[in-house]
Design a protein around this ligand. Structure first.
Ligand code: GLU
Length: 474
């Protein structure tokens, strides 16, 4: 039975790389009809950030990455918060002490510093194991407990990185339990993965160099190691350095707040370093579950392209049913829409659906349906085509449009044909004439299709707006 886990430390917000690790572990579990576990690794009390555990679970829930076992849902292999498992680590530490594979670290920080400096002066790498004390005092829990390593070479397989190997020089006596009584990550995760029956350890790159030491510890504990899969780094837009907050990468909950859909984020994040071997770029959750496999995760860094994310979100928004979209935009309407008629709002939404990239675009795309826009001729003067024409020309064209529309049936098709006749009559280009009318009606930088917009506004409003535009431009 496949069992994967996401094991975040509650030390801050969940960034894109973290979510991708969670997503891949979740996909492996769901693909295999296995289980996905959330384990909170809160043994570094100095780095803990208040509220981040809640933030982690909120982020997973927002994306629908449900876990079968975890701190807030329970399970048979709990507790799922490492700070609640200290007795378990003590018991496993004792096993190592009993078998002669762990010892009390006798040195003060100053002494260790001296060893380090000496190694540097000798141009030797510093290794704790070169300073193992001959006789060890029983461990009283007040000093660190160190692993007594057994330096050797290793070869192992990583599902993503392939076959890897290391020499004995990288094996050292690392700390198992710190002097504050908390285990290190290096020790705790091995005990936990074993006791929780984790079959696949899927995690970030920062741990790959420690793997030989972990293999050494698995051996000392007499336990089998799980399958390893190391995620490639997520790179910035240019692909030349690791993605950081400065590149604009936000917390996933911030993306949701702006109106990125969870399904977009899932599809986008899944394709940061994974593809199905075809040209397909957008995947539904079910497609991902069916198709995902670790052996198609790339080794090299994956580029975080926010423009692609935006594009993809538009794709997902257009695929939603109107009812579904309606439910999701509840908080995104402009305030002026509060008192508007339900059916009218649905029509407006259906129209805006074609142009929205994020749900937060809704106000900019629709305010003029609910409140009279203020004429702003600067927009027209700044327009590349319209800026070339005189004001008198603008007004003359608007006047013609108004006259033509007065005798038009107010449905999109008839409006379109009136507008086409007007093009012929005036000899203007669509980019000029239609933009002008669009500005006169919406005074917005962008808006949905013009004939449909007019149809929804209705004849009376449309003509009134064109008239106000003319009046304000005189
Ligand atoms: N607590 C580690 C971290 O947040 C987890 C690494 C792992 O997945 O084993 O980086």
């Amino acid at each position: 039975m496949t069992r994967t886990r996401f094991a975040p430390s509650p030390t801050g917000y969940l960034h894109v790389g973290g979510i991708r690790t969670a997503l891949f572990a979740w996909l492996v579990a769901r693909h295999d009809n296995g289980q996905f576990i959330l384990r909170l690794e809160d043994t570094d009390k100095n780095r803990e950030v208040e509220g981040s555990a809640q933030h982690l679970t909120d982020s997973l829930n927002a994306l629908g990455l449900n876990y079968d076992e975890g701190p807030d849902v329970g399970g048979d292999s709990g507790p799922y918060r490492q700070s609640d498992r200290l007795d378990i680590y003590r018991e496993w530490a004792q096993k190592l002490i009993d078998s002669g594979r762990a010892y009390a670290d006798p040195y003060t920080a100053e002494e260790v510093q001296k060893f380090r400096e000496q190694a540097q002066a000798d141009k030797q790498p510093f290794l704790y194991r070169n300073h193992r004390p001959d006789t060890t005092e029983p461990w009283d829990g007040k000093t660190p407990l160190r692993f007594k390593s057994d330096p050797k070479s290793y070869e192992w397989h990583d599902e993503v990185m392939g076959n890897l190997h290391s020499g004995p020089e990288v094996i050292d006596d690392f700390i198992l339990v710190k002097s504050d009584g908390y285990p290190t990550y290096n020790f705790a995760h091995i005990v936990d993965d074993h006791l929780m029956g984790v079959t696949h350890v899927i995690r970030g790159q920062e741990f790959i160099s420690s793997l030989p030491n972990y293999l050494n510890l698995y051996e000392a504990l007499g336990i089998e190691h799980p399958v390893f899969a190391t995620m490639p780094p997520v790179m910035n837009d240019q692909g030349n350095k690791k993605l950081s907050k400065r590149d604009g990468a936000k917390d996933v909950l911030d993306y949701i707040k702006e109106g990125y859909l969870p399904e977009t984020l899932i599809s986008f994040i899944a394709t940061l370093g994974w593809n199905d071997g075809t040209e397909q770029e957008v995947f539904t959750r079910d497609e991902l579950i069916a198709k995902f496999s670790l052996d198609r995760v790339q080794k090299s860094g994956a580029r975080f392209d926010e423009k692609r994310l935006l594009w993809m979100n538009g794709q997902f928004i257009r695929q939603l049913s109107l009812d579904d979209l309606w439910d999701r935009v509840a908080e995104f309407w402009p305030d002026t829409a509060d008192s508007a008629d339900h059916e009218f709002k649905r029509q407006v939404l259906a129209l805006a659906q074609d142009r929205m990239k994020i749900l937060h675009d809704l106000p900019a795309l629709t305010t003029y349906f609910f409140a009279e826009p203020t004429p702003n001729w600067q927009m027209i003067d700044d327009n590349k085509q319209l800026g070339k024409l005189e004001r008198t020309k603008h007004l003359e064209l608007l006047d013609k449009a108004k006259t033509a529309l007065e005798s038009t049936d107010f449905n999109a098709e008839a409006i379109q044909s009136t507008l086409n006749d007007l093009l012929e009559q005036t000899g203007e280009k669509p980019g000029t004439l239609f933009s002008l009318i669009r500005f006169a009606i919406t005074w917005a930088p962008f808006s949905p299709a013009l004939p449909e917009t007019m149809e929804i506004l209705g004849r009376e409003h449309t003509l009134e707006r064109i008239q106000s535009a003319i009046d304000s431009g005189r």
